[in-house]
Design a protein around this ligand. Sequence first.
Ligand SMILES: Cc1ncc(COP(=O)(O)O)c(C=O)c1O
Length: 362
Amino acid sequence: MTEKAPKLRAALDGIPTYKPGRPPAADGPAAYKLSSNENPYPPLPGVLESAVSAAGFLNRYPDMACGALLDELASRFDVPVSHLATGTGSVGVAQQLLQATAGPGDEVVYAWRSFEAYPIITQISGAASVRVPLTEGEDHDLDAMADAVTDRTRLIFVCNPNNPTGNALRRAELERFLDRVPGDVLVVLDEAYREFVRDEDVPDGIELYRDRPNVCVLRTFSKAYGLAGLRVGFAVAHEPVAAALRKTAVPFGVSQIAQDAAVASLRSEDELLKRVEALVEERQRVREGLLEQGWTVPDTQANFVWLRLGERTAEFAEVCEKAGVTVRPFAGEGVRVTIGETAANDIFLRTAGDFREGLRSR
Ligand SMILES: Cc1ncc(COP(=O)(O)O)c(C=O)c1O
């Protein structure tokens, strides 16, 4: 036996591990998972059938070019196929973007707190993270983010709506920001929750990308479309960026099951969007309920709500779990709670109300 161990890149030292939302323990009290921003509805029948039918060809590699899916997306969003690239979830596409743009000595700017994968995939790339704190009102501080751009900046993530706070940037402020960012810095508009947006002032990133070659939009089938388990997301970007995404893709990364289910989902969009609408109504109900209880809740445009509980975060998460729902705590900061089944939302609301009452009487 040799004393030597394989040499690993120093960039990996101290990397934070991605914490998935906790599922309810098999023998525990919680019955509902409100910790991963998943869609509580099962796949639509047509979608399930196409996935099952693709499973009959598991001995074959998938279509590496994702041809049928790209054709469907191109007509759905009115963009050229050459401006589209797919990946293993939009987090996979985000990682490909970093591989294509950033390495040691470079900088990646993003708001914090935001999607917890950003620091991880940035560190893996070897680039340095430049985190710009959210404002008091939990918004991206776009002026500070633009000020943070240096000669070393290669990529900026803008999460709209922001995970975990749920609030969204509006057109005028986002356009002003994009006008300030140099054209050789890639701005990634991460719109994982776009379908849940109801505020008309929140722009559709795909409209913003059209005349801005340094803007790339990320979308996913994991949230509104309910295909989180299949791992398929995509980017809309101008040619050089989309071509770079094809170069950095894991070959055959998106399974045929995922591709066919995604196509079927796009074709069942009316039905799917009815479900999204029901979730948006539930979101409204939950947020209003929390406001009535006296909580401060950002104006969420996503499928979750954010409670900034500070030092009470862990305690609140534990109380929720005992009551029957798992939520997503960010230690010392707050709790993100996904809008789920009505019964789950009811349990959460009741628990939040009781907790607040308890705080008053302490
Ligand atoms: C803001 C944001 N972007 C991207 C993702 C990644 O989603 P997926 O990789 O499932 O497409 C998530 C998932 O939670 C998210 O919250």
